[in-house]
Design a protein around this ligand. Structure first.
Ligand code: NAD
Length: 262
């Protein structure tokens, strides 16, 4: 791999999760130093170990993105440690419950909003303060196709991801004068593994006219709704993020790129 990102520092939230880790791995392959943030300290150490083969600096910080004071403190510490934050992959997220809106648990709605919307905002705000000072930054927010077309039984998640796309458009305008580009990606059904299984099982259990109550049939229904007739692989995401960080997307900001099989 050529190393176009050597000399750059990339901060990844939700870095211990599937998409975060796969993307951190790609950015390290391209030469970027990494700052990994996640709520889960154990998974974070496993992520650091998994990335150990790369010849780049790796900083890790446990951080709850929903806690604004903690985000402020951690981001300032990171900026002091690294002297620069060039790329932000603002990716931490939580899928929430599956239930029709009339039954959707209120506490879970609030939790999803705190993590997905307030959390993404806190990180975006505090990282962009440092980017504004350096007049350079590339930000990618993880939205979802659930933020483009509201899926059934996902009131909180759908609303939160619509919010992320809105936040991306606003931030792109606010930060354009400072040479900071802000874009979003929207994965749809990704598999195989826990997220796919959870989604299929919970949509089956939630009961609706849109999906069968049999998980195997739900899987077939979901795949049948995708023009490419397969779910996406996690490894089909990092290259899109790298494209949005890199110079090939130099005239793109405020855009949401679906990664959805059509
Ligand atoms: P994942 O559960 O593997 O990873 C999410 C990570 O975020 C976890 O490591 C978790 O510990 C961390 N996290 C959760 N709450 C946090 C908090 N408050 N503060 C800090 N970290 C926190 O899931 P993933 O699929 O890798 O998800 C990454 C992003 O992609 C999420 O925003 C998710 O909504 C989005 N997404 C995923 C899919 C999919 O099918 N996997 C599809 C569309 C969008």
């Amino acid at each position: 791999f050529p190393q176009p990102f050597s000399g750059k520092v990339a901060l990844v939230t939700g870095a211990a999760g599937n998409i975060g880790l796969a993307t951190a791995n790609r950015l390290a392959t391209m030469g970027a130093d990494l700052v990994l943030l996640d709520l889960d300290p154990e998974k974070l150490e496993q992520a650091r170990a998994a990335l150990g083969e790369h010849d780049v600096r790796i900083h890790v910080h446990t951080c709850d993105v929903a806690d604004s004071a903690q985000v402020h403190e951690v981001i300032d510490r990171v900026a002091a440690e690294t002297g620069q934050i060039d790329f932000l992959f603002n990716n931490a997220g939580y899928q929430g419950a599956f239930a029709p809106v009339q039954d959707y648990p209120e506490a879970d709605f609030t939790r999803v909003m705190h993590i997905n919307v307030c959390g993404a905002f806190h990180v975006l705000k505090h990282v962009s303060r440092h980017m504004v000072a350096r007049r350079y930054g590339r930000i990618v927010n993880t939205a979802s196709m659930a933020g483009v077309q509201g899926p059934p039984n996902m009131a909180a998640y759908g609303a939160s991801k619509f919010a992320i796309i809105g936040l991306t458009e606003v931030a792109a305008k606010d930060l354009a004068p400072y040479n900071i580009r802000v874009n979003a990606i929207s994965p749809a059904f990704m598999g195989p593994g826990m997220m796919w299984d959870r989604q299929v099982a919970l949509q089956a259990r939630a009961g609706s006219q849109y999906f069968s109550s049999n998980p195997d049939e739900v899987a077939r229904q979901m795949i049948g709704s995708i023009p490419m007739r397969r779910y996406g692989n996690i490894e089909e995401i990092p290259g899109v993020v790298a494209f949005l960080f890199g110079d090939d997307s130099s005239y793109m900001t405020g855009v949401n790129l679906p990664i959805s099989g059509g």
